[in-house]
Write a protein that binds this ligand. Structure first.
Ligand code: AMP
Ligand code: MG
Length: 472
């Protein structure tokens, strides 16, 4: 039985101003490295022998119904506007309506050059492909909105990245690939008809209840506020929150130099290209507001009365820090087992975080140890924790079910960076055991899995990963 993907494409109907048609460029020796059967079911992707799937997910065979295209977008990269980016190494194959009634994009990443590749080769190597596979699926299991991974295929070709590396293609699934940068490209070019068409399309696809451009802005603000609060609650650092990596859907997108923190420190940065710490852990809420302001600037270009637009948009953007703060507090209250709201909760949370930074506590393990009573062992000076603990115990009085609330808010397993590096190093040598094991364990991040305790362990000093590199 051949592989069937029930494509039902809408983006391609927007017209050629929005994309460049492009077929994936065939590769030498496709080999299927991973296939996500659970996700395939949701997408109603069925059939297909391994050999055929390798051909499809490496880009050698274009499945029936696909209309491969590279999407056009612009974006602020580290604060500087780049008027044209676009899919330089990715292709949208098309969309499907899933068994859950949701519409999904299916995209190949690493499928060869496009009209937007500039000097890039349009390819990816196995490292970033497997990293995105593991981390995006882990994010999904944590209950945080994200793009997902349907498949990974090796190309049998060498990609040159500071030496030769094995090439690979990731099949990425997203609610859509519409970004802040997709709006910016038309706004900056003064292509108001395209901007309007895109706005209508985004509203229909993601926020049908939203009323016009400002309704869309408000909906994106709310979705992004929830997303950033969720990232903060698990110690996730995106690494490249450029406006082209900020999805309108509110999903996490583009796992490049991202990482989950081990030891807690608010200024933690991983990305090797983030020299000023623009995208440090604690800056993420501010950057999200900055990105929303860029979306606002783009959206108001289409309004009949731009002045009125400016006022409304300003109001919407200015409400974002407060919303994010409140989402953040809800998340961190839950991490402490608290379901109700009281004055002083914020101080309780920040009091703990300050001690964690001073005490070099492992973010994930400290929180997951809170209920068991061993959290103090994670601090350099356990006495500092004990002082805080008294306030916390007092606050928990009368809380209905702190243990249960904490269990659901504090994962035991996150994709630790040193394990990802180890997994990639092994995969380059042809050993995928750790890759598969990580996927299996991280699919149930809130469950104790004592036999996999090694994946909970923070890095030893010599294992600490100080920088991660872009997926290019
Ligand atoms: P990123 O930083 O991964 O979000 O990528 C930023 C831009 O660079 C996007 O337009 C990508 O499509 C493009 N890009 C990244 N890597 C490559 C590559 N190897 N070949 C062509 N374009 C690339
Ligand atoms: Mg990107």
């Amino acid at each position: 039985m051949t592989l069937t993907i029930p494509f039902d494409n809408t983006y391609a109907r927007l017209g050629t101003g929005f994309y460049a048609n492009q077929l994936p460029v065939p590769v030498k020796a496709p080999e299927l490295l991973a296939f996500n059967g659970d996700l395939a079911q949701i997408l109603r992707v069925s059939g297909g022998e391994t050999a055929e799937m390798a051909q499809v997910f490496a880009g050698n065979t274009v499945p029936d119904g696909a209309e491969p295209l590279a999407q056009l977008y612009a974006g602020h990269q580290f604060g500087n506007f780049n008027p044209q980016l676009g899919d330089g190494r990715a292709l949208l194959l098309g969309e499907v309506t899933g068994a859950d009634g949701q519409r999904y994009d299916i995209q190949l990443k690493g499928s060869g050059p496009t009209a937007f590749s500039r000097n890039g080769d349009g390819r990816a190597w196995i490292g970033p492909v497997l990293r995105e596979y593991v981390v995006s699926e882990a994010m999904h299991a944590l209950g945080i909105p994200t793009t997902r991974a349907l498949a990974a295929a090796a190309t049998g070709e060498t990609v040159w990245r500071e030496g030769g590396k094995p090439g690979a293609v990731l099949t990425r699934v997203a609610a859509s690939h519409l970004r802040v940068g997709t709006f910016q490209v038309f706004a900056s070019r003064g292509q108001i008809e395209n901007l309007k068409a895109l706005t209508d399309y985004a509203i229909r696809r993601h926020y049908p209840e939203a009323d016009g451009p400002m309704g869309l802005l408000r909906a994106v603000r709310d979705a992004q506020s929830k997303l950033i609060a969720a990232w903060m609650s698990v110690g996730f650092i995106h690494g490249v929150m450029n406006t082209d990596n900020c999805a309108i859907s509110g999903e996490t997108i583009d796992y490049g130099p991202c990482a989950f923190m081990d030891v807690y420190h608010p200024n933690t940065v991983f990305s090797s290209i983030d020299r000023t710490g623009r995208y440090a852990y604690s800056n993420q809420p501010d950057i999200a507001v900055w990105n929303l302001a860029q979306l606002a600037t783009a959206l108001i270009q289409q309004m009949d009365d731009p002045q009125e637009g400016v006022e409304e948009a300003t109001e919407i953007v200015h409400a974002m820090p407060g919303l994010m703060q409140s989402e953040w507090l809800t998340r961190f209250r839950a991490k402490l087992g608290i379901s109700s709201e009281q004055a002083g909760d914020k101080e309780l949370v920040t009091g703990l975080l300050t001690r964690m930074a001073e005490g070099q506590a492992d973010f994930t393990n400290m929180f997951s140890a809170l209920w068991g009573g061993t959290a103090r062992d994670h601090f350099l000076d356990p006495a500092a924790f004990d002082a805080w603990q008294q306030d916390w115990a007092a606050r928990l009085e009368g809380e209905p079910d702190p243990a249960q609330v904490m269990r659901q808010a504090n994962p035991v397993f996150i994709p630790r960076n040193h394990r990802i590096e180890e997994m990639i190093a092994a995969a380059v040598e042809g050993d995928f055991a750790l890759f598969h094991r990580m996927n299996e364990v991280l699919a149930r991040p809130f469950e104790d899995q004592p036999e996999h305790a090694a994946l909970m362990r923070p890095p030893l000093p010599e294992e600490v990963v100080k920088a991660t590199f872009c997926g290019t």
